[in-house]
Structure formats: structure tokens, C-alpha cells
Design a protein around this ligand. Structure first.
Ligand SMILES: NC(=O)c1ccc[n+]([C@@H]2O[C@H](COP(=O)([O-])OP(=O)(O)OC[C@H]3O[C@@H](n4cnc5c(N)ncnc54)[C@H](O)[C@@H]3O)[C@@H](O)[C@H]2O)c1
Length: 366
């Protein structure tokens, strides 16, 4: 099964294909359509361990000559020094303006490679092959690229749209269980801000008897989420307004992740908690009225937190939130809900309300 959507952007439109066992054929089609003979692959370390043969076969069979780099796994690869190393590598290896770069991995590989592609020779063609659920439903669509700075996440980067995105669900067969939560949290986010069916359709993640990678509903769900992201970013490519709705739960989440040193709490766990906190803050600020968090709470058992609420103190969280890119004029800016599927950008001036919302969900952390 294969299906695709088109994403319009200021630099042209691109296709996002989602399906099972579509990778090999997609590489062949890209080769035929764009007639590049050579290409570069930047591949996530773990993806290379599990899928090296499949990847190299696909590029050989398509008739490509390729050179590759393995990207060390994890957030620590999203640095200026790693970015510089990869730009150096491409330039020393004879990259030309039209040589495509295939980014094969999760959001880390995609964000880093995208930033490399956008800067090298002022932009070389980029193809995203997302291999995590999060990258399939979120990071590979929309053109945000970048690396982290010691003062915060994703503070250095660019908007750079890919030539194409190919999400082959076969890659997910090797995805560790903790990584599924990262994608699920973003899926639930789309449900909360756009389409309540998405939350209901995600309940198959609660089934214990089979891996979600093989669930028949997964392909359509991934495609529909990529579609939601596509429609949002098409309307607001450079985040001047409604694209910020995609940050629902993320102001709290980024602060929690930072306070937990980016190690004791995964992004997905933090986003899940952040969405619950945002629902409570919606009620406390009067943005929403008596919103019930049950639709998200159903998924609580899928998250096992390894950190205690006491270890994340509110003053550290508030301080981090202040430094967030989303802060305007020193006030905290949150994405809250008027109602389910009715997000709004809300400036919150009263720290006490933020603290109350945080205290309500802190007990989730045992
Ligand atoms: N650009 C955007 O719009 C955007 C949106 C959301 C998140 N992000 C960024 O995405 C990053 C997170 O992405 P992620 O959750 O994909 O993390 P990730 O890229 O770090 O991958 C998670 C882990 O899964 C491993 N992995 C990847 N694919 C695998 C596979 N098929 N089988 C086995 N292991 C596999 C990786 O080695 C890594 O250990 C963050 O840096 C975040 O800032 C970007």
C-alpha cells in the first residue's frame, strides 16, 4: 500500500509518500525523475546497523553512485561542530549544486542534514527518509532544519524544504518502544488541536498483543497526521501565526526536558505531560472552560516516567520557559485550547497560574 500528499511551499511543492515497502521503488523513481547519477547519504547510526543492506541495495539497484556518512545517534549530534564536519565532508567529497543528499533517520538526522543541505552551496537537493514515527508524522514535513546551542534547542537553523519525503513504515519494525511514545505524543497533539478522530483512532497503541508497526491502521494514521502538518505549514510556512499551534504542550515540554538535562525525560513524555498541563492552564486562564483531559489520559499507561516531580522545580521551569523562542516581551506565550480542536496563542502574565497547572500534573511523576 502506498499513498501520498503534496505539500505546497514558497520554493515549490513536494511529495510526501507513506506506505509499506515503498523505499526501494521510491529511490528508483527519484533517480529516474531527477536524473542525478551521484548522491550522498547521511544515515542514523542505529538505522545503519539494522537496515544497511536494504539501504545500500536500494541505491545500487537504482543505479546511483553514492558516498555516505553515519550520524552518531541522539540529540548530541545536533551541534554546530557536527554540522561543520558534514559540510566539510560534502565539500571535500566533490558535492555539486545538484547532488542530492538523502537524510535517512529520525528527527535528529533530518534536522541536522536539512541544515547542512540548506547551507552547502546555498542549497543542495534534500530527500528525507524518516525512520522514526515522530519524523514520519512531524519533523520531515514543513522544512524546519537546525541544530542546538548550549543556551537552548533548535536555536540555529533555517527553513529549507525537501525535494521529497518517503516514509516507509517497514523501518519502524526496529524502532525501540520508548521511541514510539515520541511519535504518539505528536499524533495526540494533532488530535487535540485539529481532529478528535485522530485520538480515537490511536487507541490501537493501547493493544498489547501486537507491535504497532504492523497494525493495519498505522499507514493511514501516519498519512493523515502528515497531512495535518502539511496543511498547517502551507498556511504559515515561516511561523508568523497559526503554525505555532503545533507547539501545543511544547512550552512546558521544552522546559521539563531542559530541567531534566535532556536525559531523564524523553521528548514524547515531556510533550504528553506538557499537553496535560496546557489543558489545565487553559481552564485556569479562562481560555477554555472545564476542559476534561480524559481523551489524553487514556494513554497514560503507555508512559513510564523515570523522574520525580520534586526534581523539576517550578522556578527552574519558569526560568527556562522565559528563554524559550516563544516568549514575547518577557511574557510567557502558550498554545492553549478554547475547546478541543480550538487552539489559541495565549500570553500568560500570571506566574501563579502556570505554577498551579504544573502542580496539577506533577503528581503524574512518581
Ligand atoms: N524539524 C521539525 O519540524 C521538528 C519537529 C519535531 C521534532 N524535531 C526534532 O526531531 C528530533 C527528535 O526526532 P526523533 O524522535 O526521530 O529522534 P532521533 O532522530 O534521535 O531518533 C530516536 C532514536 O531512534 C533511533 N532510530 C531511528 N530510526 C530507527 C529505526 N528505524 N530503528 C531503530 N532505531 C531507530 C535513533 O538512532 C535514535 O536513537 C529532535 O531533535 C527534535 O528537535 C524537529
Amino acid at each position: 500500500m502506498k499513498d501520498s500528499i503534496d505539500v505546497k511551499s514558497s520554493s515549490g511543492s513536494y511529495k510526501v509518500s507513506v506506505g509499506r515497502s515503498i523505499f526501494k521503488q521510491a529511490v528508483q523513481q527519484i533517480k529516474q525523475t531527477h536524473s542525478f547519477k551521484e548522491c550522498f547519504l547521511f544515515v542514523d547510526e542505529n538505522v545503519w546497523i539494522y537496515h544497511q543492506e536494504q539501504i545500500t541495495d536500494a541505491f545500487h539497484q537504482a543505479g546511483y553512485t553514492f558516498q555516505y556518512q553515519v550520524i552518531p545517534e541522539g540529540e548530541q549530534s545536533k551541534t554546530v561542530s557536527q554540522w561543520k564536519k558534514l559540510v566539510d565532508y560534502l565539500l571535500r567529497s566533490g558535492v555539486r549544486r545538484n547532488t542530492p543528499l538523502f537524510a535517512i533517520g529520525g528527527g535528529v538526522t533530518g534536522d541536522l542534514s536539512g541544515f547542512v543541505a540548506s547551507a552547502t552551496m546555498r542549497g543542495i537537493p534534500l530527500v528525507h527518509i524518516p525512520t522514526t514515527l515522530l519524523a514520519m508524522v512531524d519533523s520531515s514535513v514543513g522544512g524546519k532544519t537546525g541544530v542546538n546551542h548550549k543556551t537552548g534547542k533548535n536555536l540555529i537553523g533555517s527553513f529549507y524544504q525537501p525535494l521529497e519525503v518517503v516514509a516507509d513504515l517497514d523501518f519502524l519494525e526496529t524502532l525501540p518502544s520508548r521511541e514510539w511514545q515520541n511519535g504518539l505524543s505528536e499524533i495526540l497533539k494533532y488530535g487535540a488541536i485539529r481532529d478528535k478522530q485522530i485520538i480515537e483512532r490511536s487507541t490501537f497503541f493501547l493493544e498489547e498483543d501486537r507491535t504497532p508497526a504492523r497494525h493495519p491502521e498505522l499507514t493511514q494514521l501516519v498519512l493523515d497526521c502528515a497531512q495535518i502538518k502539511a496543511r498547517v505549514v502551507e498556511k504559515d510556512e515561516f511561523e508568523a501565526g497559526t503554525r505555532a499551534h503545533l507547539n501545543f504542550g511544547h512550552t512546558f515540554a521544552h522546559a521539563m526536558e531542559k530541567a531534566a538535562d535532556f536525559s531523564k525525560l524523553s521528548h514524547g513524555e515531556a510533550v504528553y505531560l506538557g499537553m496535560l498541563a496546557a489543558i489545565h492552564l487553559s481552564n485556569l486562564t479562562g481560555t477554555g472552560s472545564a476542559l476534561d483531559d480524559t481523551p489524553l489520559r487514556k494513554f497514560r499507561n503507555l508512559y513510564s516516567f523515570k523522574i520525580t516531580g520534586e526534581s523539576l522545580n517550578i522556578s527552574a521551569l519558569l526560568q527556562t520557559m522565559k528563554r524559550d523562542k516563544k516568549v514575547v516581551d518577557d511574557n510567557y506565550r502558550f498554545i492553549l485550547l478554547h475547546d478541543w480542536q480550538q487552539p489559541a496563542v495565549v500570553t500568560v502574565t500570571n506566574d501563579d497560574l502556570i505554577e498551579k497547572a504544573w502542580l496539577t500534573i506533577r503528581k503524574e511523576l512518581s
